[in-house]
Design a binder for this molecule. Structure first.
Ligand SMILES: NC(=O)c1ccc[n+]([C@@H]2O[C@H](COP(=O)([O-])OP(=O)(O)OC[C@H]3O[C@@H](n4cnc5c(N)ncnc54)[C@H](O)[C@@H]3O)[C@@H](O)[C@H]2O)c1
Length: 246
């Protein structure tokens, strides 16, 4: 896999798919800059990667804050040597599982849309000028929820339909650049986000049988990370558009 010396910015690298992807891409020789709100998780990711690749650092950032995103993306790219080959944007949340829309707390709606959609906009907005400077990859994270089917939470499905729509718009808008635009649509993967969703659904439905079945069927973040590393690499030059995983 050709990732040697690739300069990669990852959001959501403290846990789950983002963390596993950071580890996988660092294994292939990439230089990794992480942004996440979870400082403890970021420290742990850095510790695990530093054992075999010293080219790793992080900036604690709330992706809801345009000011923090602008400042920290700029710092991260400076640290990467004023170059950005890949943006891999994973940061996101899922709340409101198995809640009827008429009972949904409006603050949850706003929070999910703010993190999942507006946060994605900031990540792209402040990375794009750098991605445009060379052949590069822009990878967003959508989900089957809101793209291929319903999902369990109205705000989450709406937000992931939003990130998918943004991906389609970017693909078209950037077609004359050397930026390869993708979104990844993972299936059920065992991460804090997914386990939180299953637990919230269990609380709201009291359906332990479905909870156990769903939990058993989950894939691993490492499985998705292998696909992410491929997408980020030059080996994926001929790849286009949305990628669905287990
Ligand atoms: N796990 C699944 O089954 C699944 C399925 C489809 C899509 N996804 C998507 O994959 C992506 C990664 O999720 P995951 O499953 O690895 O869960 P996760 O909870 O392990 O990872 C999400 C990351 O986003 C970070 N984050 C949350 N709010 C933030 C904020 N305000 N500012 C900065 N960082 C913030 C978290 O700290 C965490 O590190 C998400 O976009 C999620 O929607 C996951």
């Amino acid at each position: 896999m050709r990732l040697q010396n690739k300069k990669i910015l990852i959001t959501g690298g403290a846990t789950g798919i983002g963390k596993a992807s950071a580890i996988e891409m660092a294994k292939h020789g990439a230089q990794i800059a992480l942004l996440d709100i979870n400082e403890k998780g970021l420290m742990e990711t850095k510790k695990q990667i530093s054992i075999f690749n010293e080219n790793i650092d992080y900036w604690v950032t709330d992706i809801r804050s345009e000011r923090e995103m602008k400042k920290n993306i700029s710092k991260a790219i400076k640290w990467l040597g004023n170059e950005l080959n890949v943006l891999a944007h994973f940061a996101g949340i899922l709340e409101g599982s198995l809640v009827d829309l008429e009972n949904l707390n409006s603050e949850i709606w706003k929070k999910v849309l703010e993190i999942n959609v507006t946060g994605t906009f900031y990540a792209v907005k402040y990375s794009l000028p750098w991605l445009k400077k060379s052949k590069s990859v822009l990878l967003l994270t959508s989900s089957g929820a809101g793209v291929t089917g319903a999902g369990s939470a109205a705000p989450y499905s709406s937000s992931k339909g939003g990130t998918h729509g943004l991906t389609l718009w970017l693909e078209n808008n950037l077609k004359d650049t050397e930026i390869r635009v993708h979104d990844i649509l993972p299936g059920g993967i065992e991460t804090p986000l997914k386990l939180g969703q299953l637990n919230e659904a269990l609380d709201n439905s009291k359906d332990t049988k479905t909870f156990e079945e769903n939990k058993k069927s989950l894939g691993t973040p490492e499985g998705v990370a292998k696909i992410v590393a491929f997408i980020a690499s030059d080996d994926a030059d001929y790849l286009r558009g949305s990628i669905r995983t287990r």
